[in-house]
Design a protein around this ligand. Sequence first.
Ligand code: NAP
Length: 330
Amino acid sequence: MMKALFHYGKSGADGLQYGEIEQTAPASGEVRVRIKTAGLNHRDLFVPDRHEAEAPAVVLGSDGAGVVDAVGAGVDKLKTGDEVIINPALNWEDNSEAPPKGFEILGVPAHGTFAEYINVPAENAVMKPKHLDWQEAGVLALSAMTAYRALFTRGGLKAGMTVFIPGATGGAGTLLLQFAAAAGASVYVTSRSEEKRRAALALGADKAIDSESDWEEALDGEKVDLVIESVGAATFNQSLDQLRRGGTLVAFGASAGDTVDFNLRKFFYGQYNLLGSTMASGEELREMMDFIAQHDIKPVMDKRYDLSEYDAAFARMENAGMMGKIVFDV
Ligand SMILES: NC(=O)c1ccc[n+]([C@@H]2O[C@H](COP(=O)([O-])OP(=O)(O)OC[C@H]3O[C@@H](n4cnc5c(N)ncnc54)[C@H](OP(=O)(O)O)[C@@H]3O)[C@@H](O)[C@H]2O)c1
């Protein structure tokens, strides 16, 4: 048995339980990792509403880092004692236009990282970057992979371009900002909090504007090459309005609402490109790891909780209290 945060028996958040759950040996082709730290993502807040009360218990969590503790048959690239981070993109190794059939994100339907142990396919355990400590390594994967693909693979970001990132203070947002600044782009961000706007400027943003202000006025009418949208309905139309003609908006999140109305005529006259993005392949994870090592990028760390304090951590994310990533000690 092992300690874990899992969902079972009741719908929604009432079904969340911190307690004992069965622990198994790794199957052929898998490794078992003893998790040291695990990162919280907005996805973990959505999971209790997606997982049915009657379905078997499932451990939450997509991000984690730890030490290989057992190796299944046929695994020769990893050994007991290796320090690894978990790649939560299951069944998506080579980069492609969209994830292949069978792609899933770890942490529902497969057991996730909010547990003392996890079994994953060996290719989903990658060596921990040396410049990151355990907390930083445990929060990296999902947000950083998503930010990397959205900016570079989908958005085609290059040095000298301008990129606009609404809500650049959460887990994905801070990494988007750090990656874009490191790539030599001009980076404009928004936040509703003055304190977080100051922090974004210190992280490398060229402009940090109030999410609740008039963005056109705040940018003096300047239009941008690329917008990365992860806030959703609350900001989508304002985001689209900041694009230059022929510019690109990449969307990968909808924290503040899934459904948007926008003016189609304005859209096609502007010759805009609207692209969806989600997570990233194992190939992009390796590119991203090289990129962060080259630029000495570390994720911005918010608060650290014991896994048993999940309630407080979930509430902090629900209320958008954090700047950067929330981490659990497991
Ligand atoms: N598709 C994928 O593969 C994928 C991967 C990662 C994340 N995501 C999604 O991307 C989104 C961001 O992820 P995250 O982990 O970075 O989430 P997060 O940490 O919760 O960040 C959300 C950010 O959005 C801003 N925000 C929230 N509500 C807002 C509102 N009503 N108006 C303006 N700004 C608002 C907040 O900015 P301020 O508090 O500073 O104003 C906050 O910084 C989530 O929806 C997540 O599910 C998707």
